[in-house]
Design a protein around this ligand. Sequence first.
Ligand code: ATP
Ligand code: MG
Length: 214
Amino acid sequence: MNTADGITIALSKGRIYRKTLPLLAEAGIEPLDDPDTSRKLILRTNQDNVRLLVIRATDVPTFVEHGAADLGVAGKDVLLEHEGAALYEPLDLEIARCSLMVAGRVGEPEPRGRMRIATKFVHTARRFFAQKSQQVEIIKLYGAMELAPLVGLADRIVDLVESGDTLRANGMAPLEHITDISSRLVVNRAAMKMKHAPVSKLIEQLTAAVAARR
Ligand code: ATP
Ligand code: MG
């Protein structure tokens, strides 16, 4: 259960955790356990009333939406795919930046007829191609999207691209830019009202920490 007086922050292991940690430290919050070595999913912090939940990146909006966490850190890619109720998104943390791109095999002409697009980002991809009035077939994958065009599963992929190294290593190149991605702070609507003082203080501290880096 989320506590009435405390603050629970949901974030995912790996890149987002690593990059959020210095921002939380600026706000005076430091975890007492390291999720890379501890198997705990709830991390206590140096502040008695603040705890962290370490969950899958795609689950962060769900935990925050249902109030199991008051706040969360999630990639814009994940938020664009999330179908639940609207969350407050008060702050771009400007971390884990990359781009959502359409990519394909180098030198391969656009196929005739309906293109097959392999992606984890089904809704965003569908919206992007619908906006261009382009008929496509979306094939949902959970990972290793780059493989799909190499084995004839799809003509193109929609995936996150940072340096382009993974694409290049698989004989592919970015073709179209869909949107810029970074991680965002999200807040539960009820927590914004019921825990207004601690939540707004944390938002202010994180906002200052982000601004100080620019
Ligand atoms: P898993 O890898 O465990 O299946 P995941 O792919 O959702 O889960 P991460 O790879 O840690 O988890 O990605 C989490 C978030 O980090 C993504 O939602 C995205 O916002 C961002 N991200 C992913 N890949 C990159 C990248 N190459 N460069 C920068 N940010 C990225
Ligand atoms: Mg990943």
